[in-house]
Design a protein around this ligand. Structure first.
Ligand code: NAD
Length: 258
């Protein structure tokens, strides 16, 4: 018996990084997967990877920051696979023009908040009623370690958006705790995915970051997918409202090893 047998999972940002790894892992554990991305080609590729490996997946194009798209992606899950049990609100952006308060434009703030924070809200707005119709399930919202720590290399819009995801997650966890819906936040550390690597585009920039990571390396998307699987499955049946730090020890550190 696999850990997600008979379950239907919707994963946003499924065209790359964490979302792609989670799509493959959840499918290998028996879930039917709705792979959502704003970039439909990449979502298609992910669905193809899953289907070729013997799993079940469809690709859906949606911009998670748009109400109508969020409603339609959830409807696709119910129309195609009959229900929704697992919602992984994972899509997110980090803009290279995001900086300190003085230097960040209103447009960058709005874009980042719309995708990272409103996108999670809209996913929950339509996804939680679907999970309730299915008799219960699990919501995982991707926040970040930056929701807990400040950095001297600021990205105020991104950081604030992840703080919002964390607060929203806790409130919804409490609201739905007696209805069989668990809501948790996954807080990754810095990862070797496109999102961060296109920002840390020199070896020097990478090393400057790694100084702060006790484990001395970037995390991998598949390590986040495994953590998300724990939160998605009944293995975490008494876990709700948590900040699940998967960060190589960053948030525990004061001074890191030499
Ligand atoms: P990624 O850039 O590899 O993948 C993100 C995916 O989201 C892409 O496929 C992109 O097309 C999609 N996307 C972007 N905007 C969208 C929108 N409006 N609607 C639908 N899809 C959209 O990034 P990743 O590293 O896999 O990040 C996944 C999540 O993890 C994000 O929420 C990110 O903020 C978070 N995170 C990443 C890191 C890191 O270091 N990479 C650290 C902490 C948290």
């Amino acid at each position: 018996m696999s850990r997600l047998d008979g379950k239907v999972a919707l994963i946003t940002g499924a065209g790359g990084g964490i979302g792609r790894e989670a799509s493959a892992l959840f499918a290998s554990e028996g879930a039917a997967v709705v792979c959502v991305d704003i970039n439909v080609e990449s979502a298609n590729e992910t669905a193809q990877i899953v289907n070729e490996a013997g799993g079940r997946a469809i690709a859906v194009r949606a911009d998670v920051s748009l109400d109508a798209d969020a409603e339609a992606m959830v409807r696709s899950a119910e129309d195609t696979f009959g229900a929704l049990h697992i919602l992984f609100n994972n899509a997110g952006i980090m803009h290279s023009d995001d900086g300190d308060a003085q230097g960040t434009t209103e447009a960058i703030w709005d874009l980042t908040m719309n995708v990272n924070a409103k996108g999670v809200f809209l996913g929950c707005k339509y996804g939680i009623p679907a999970i309730l119709r299915a008799g219960g399930g699990s919501v995982i919202n991707t926040a970040s370690f930056v929701a807990k720590l400040g950095a001297a290399t600021p990205q105020v819009a991104y950081t604030a958006s992840k703080g919002a995801v964390l607060a929203l997650t806790k409130e919804l966890a409490v609201v739905h705790a007696r209805q069989g819906v668990r809501v948790n936040a996954l807080c990754p550390g810095p990862l070797r995915t496109e999102l961060l690597m296109k920002l840390l585009d020199t070896e020097e920039k990478k090393q400057r970051r790694l100084v702060h990571v006790p484990m001395g390396r970037f995390g991998l998307a598949d390590e986040m997918a495994k953590a998300a699987l724990f939160l998605a499955s009944d293995d975490s049946s008494y876990v709700t409202g948590t900040e699940f730090m998967v960060d190589g020890g960053i948030t525990a550190a004061y001074v890191t090893p030499e």
